[in-house]
Design a binder for this molecule. Structure first.
Ligand code: HXC
Length: 301
């Protein structure tokens, strides 16, 4: 294990090697949030297969992620669109052929752009539903048999506290709790994502697969946030909240977030490690919101 002091990718509360011998399959794994999640899992002992549309970007991200731990095996499979089940299934089969199993899945591929309802064509709305909602379903369908195998091989609770298996995680959002201007397509898509995971939890929980959701809030430095925060309305809202200086001095003040700071990709990595760890052996069908309390102010309170 490479010695990174202090831990850059994940909180030092996590023990080295807790995911040794496990394999993560991650769609959207070259993206800002999912690459951070994968990096944390690999840092803590897992091998990984990341999936993306862009070949160069996906392969480069795999090489970069593998650098966090000596001996880590990370493969990047590009030219895979989560809207196409067949290519996704081939990628899952290749992951198992090369790395031996799929123990953890992150359905993270997402599509987003900022557009008012009047500016959305039916095809634009459908594009995001297809990437986020159908893509989550396809990812689950392409990997669920492997997750059932993994859960059977690594039964919980495990007295030796060895790494668990059979964990499914989708990345959602909080927009659909209130509705959000300019994000109606994403709100609808993410509501569908939460719903799919609830059904997976019920149907596959009895077979040992734990299925959960992380709903990130505004995460600094991500492509998604750059797109949203570049609109005048969001900028004005953030400036108004900053004027309150609820917790001044923390990274330049609060962008309307009760915790007083923007989220970081490490926040999401830490939540992921928790949900895949033995500490979450009985957490199933849960949506873990990691947003500093931001969604509670979405309605303007
Ligand atoms: C209105 C738009 C549009 C826009 C595209 N469309 N951009 N409509 N406003 N800004 C329309 C197109 O005109 C077309 O409709 C339809 O959407 C499909 O567009 P295509 O470009 O043909 O689709 P595709 O190549 O499949 O691209 C999908 C995409 C694109 C979602 C449009 O943005 C994409 O590939 N995104 C992936 C990367 C990404 O979004 N990353 C950010 C994820 S962050 P017509 O009618 O003309 O055919 C994230 C987090 C959110 O999701 C949470 C943040 C806090």
């Amino acid at each position: 294990m490479s010695k990174q002091q202090p831990h850059e990718f994940v909180s030092p509360v996590w023990r080295d090697g807790i995911f040794k011998g496990r394999v993560a399959f991650v769609t959207g794994g070259a993206g800002d949030i999912c690459s951070a999640q994968t990096r944390a899992l690999v840092y803590l002992g897992a091998d990984a297969c990341i999936i993306g549309r862009n070949v160069e970007k996906t392969e480069a991200a795999a090489i970069d992620i593998a650098k966090v731990r000596k001996g880590a095996r990370v493969i990047g499979i590009g030219n895979v669109d989560v809207r196409n089940f067949d290519t996704l299934k081939k990628a899952a089969d290749r992951c198992v052929a090369e790395l031996g199993s799929i123990d953890f899945v992150i359905a993270g591929a997402a599509g987003n752009f900022v557009a008012p309802l009047a500016g959305l064509s039916p095809n634009a709305f459908k594009a995001v539903i297809d990437i986020d909602t159908l893509g989550t379903f396809n990812t689950m369908k392409a990997t669920i048999d492997y997750l059932v195998e993994s859960a059977a091989a690594h039964v919980s609770p495990n007295p030796e506290n060895s790494p668990p298996g059979g964990r499914f995680l989708a990345i959602s959002a909080t927009f659909h709790y209130t509705g959000l201007p300019l994000q109606s397509h994403v709100s609808a898509a993410k509501a569908g994502v939460d719903s799919i995971v609830g059904s997976v939890a019920l149907e596959y929980g009895p077979r040992g697969v734990m299925a959960n959701v992380i709903a990130p809030g505004p995460i600094e430095g991500t492509e998604g946030m750059d797109r949203l925060a570049s609109t005048d309305a969001v900028k004005a809202d953030a400036e108004a909240a900053n004027a309150l200086q609820l917790r001044p001095g923390i990274r330049g003040g609060s962008p309307g977030i009760p915790s007083g700071r923007w989220g970081t990709v490490r926040d999401i990595a830490d939540a992921t490690v928790f949900l895949f760890s033995a500490a979450a052996d009985n957490v199933n069908g849960h949506v873990l919101v990691v947003d500093g309390g931001a969604w509670r102010r979405q309605g303007g309170s």
